[in-house]
Each structure stands twice: as C-alpha cells, then as structure tokens.
Design a binder for this molecule. Structure first.
Ligand code: PRP
Ligand code: MG
Length: 212
C-alpha cells in the first residue's frame, strides 16, 4: 500500500506549527523527538525531520513526497516542485538592512559595497533587477552581526518581529519578498499517493476554514 512521506523542519521556527497542523488534521504521530523519522498511527504517513535547507531538493528528487517549508526557501533554492497550499503561519519578509545611522536614499547605496546574506540567489536577482553591482558575502546564520564586525556594509536576511535587526542597530530598507509556510509536493507522486494527498487536503482545508 502506498504512503506519503512528509518532510518537516527538524528544528527551527516551522517545526512546532508544522507538527501541530498535522495533529489538527487528526493525524497521530508517534514521536520520538530524537528520531529523524516517525510514523502516523492512523494515516499512511511518515514524517521525516530534516534540515530546512535540504528539504526542497529531497522533494524534487521524490525522497520526500510532501514538505512544509517557507516560501523564502523555495524562491532561493529554485527546485522543481509544486506549492499545494499556503499555510498562513511563519509569515516573514526577506529584506535588505543597513546600520541605522546610514543616510539611505535607495538601493544604489549598495553599488560597489558588500552585503552579507544566506540568500545569495534571491539577492542576486534583486540586485540585477535594480542594476546594482554589489559583492555578496555568504553567511549561514547570525547574518545581522556582519556590519558590526566590518564584514559588510549591509545585510539581506529574514525579518519577522524585527527584533534581531533592532538589537544589532540595523534598519530595514528594502523588502525583497514576503513569505509564509507552505505545503509543497513532489512531481513524482503516483495516483494512489495523489489520492492520499487529496484526503489530507480535505482535512487541511477544513482546519484552515475553522481558523478564519
Ligand atoms: C532568523 C533570521 C533573522 C531572525 C528574524 O534567524 O535569520 O535573523 O530570525 O526574526 P526577528 O525579526 O523576529 O528577529 P534565527 O534566529 O533563526 O537564527 P540564525 O539566522 O542564526 O539561523
Ligand atoms: Mg538569523
């Protein structure tokens, strides 16, 4: 019998809400938080706990059939996968920011300067669209520290509450994209798996409707 494998963040901001969404859909997952794989007891579903950045590729390859990821990651990774539903949580922006004392007049500020980011592809597109030549400095985390330690003149990173920017003396200048969690699927599902997904979506839509 077919089943569905859904990838969710192992840790991080999407993890908890992803799991509670599945629970609200009536799916019981036997966790084992330390386990990287868990099965649902009442639905043909397996949950894979993976590193956020690895998830889109797993879905493209069909290693995971479904996943819950942020749109920001999908734009950055450019994998060939389908968004099935936007989920309405983990809303954030991907933005440019500079030290708050900078007299910022527009994106041309970055011409010839360095920008630290974990989102090089999305940033490159934005700079290209605005005809700005800047050097991109790739950092995997704690990006907001970069201007303070002289690594870059500005940053491009996710903004949710804005508190990380504030604490690091930075101000948001340009919003490159807005993002929320979404359910994605692989293009490799078979007919049986697509039928299972329909059952899941039916429940999901009912849950989402109830929230409004
Ligand atoms: C994320 C993101 C921002 C921050 C935004 O970092 O990279 O730095 O959250 O949230 P806020 O606007 O509510 O402050 P995270 O804390 O996940 O750590 P990391 O970048 O070091 O991985
Ligand atoms: Mg961060």
């Amino acid at each position: 019998m077919s089943k569905l494998k859904i990838a969710v963040q192992k840790s991080g901001r999407l993890n908890e809400e992803s799991i509670s969404l599945l629970k609200n859909c009536g799916i019981h997952i036997d966790n084992g938080k330390d386990q990287l794989k868990a099965s649902a007891s009442n639905f043909p579903l397996e949950v894979l706990y993976l590193r956020n950045g690895d998830i889109p590729q797993y879905v493209e390859d069909g290693v995971a059939d479904l996943a819950i990821v942020g749109e920001n990651l999908l734009v950055e990774s450019q994998n060939d996968i389908e968004v099935v539903r936007k989920l309405g949580f983990s809303k954030c922006k991907l933005s440019l920011a500079v030290p708050k004392e900078v007299d910022y007049q527009g994106v041309q500020f970055f011409e010839g300067k360095k920008i630290a980011t974990s989102y090089p592809n999305t940033l490159t597109q934005y700079l290209k669209k605005n005809k700005v030549n800047a050097e991109i400095h790739l950092i995997k985390g704690s990006v907001e520290i970069a201007p303070n330690i002289g690594l870059a003149e500005g940053i491009c990173d996710l903004v949710s509450s804005g508190s990380t920017l504030f604490k690091n003396g930075l101000k948001e200048t340009d919003t490159i994209l807005t993002s929320e969690a979404c359910l994605v699927k692989s293009k490799k599902l078979n007919a049986e798996q697509n039928a299972l997904l329909d059952t899941l979506l039916f429940r999901l839509d009912a849950v989402q409707k109830g929230k409004k």
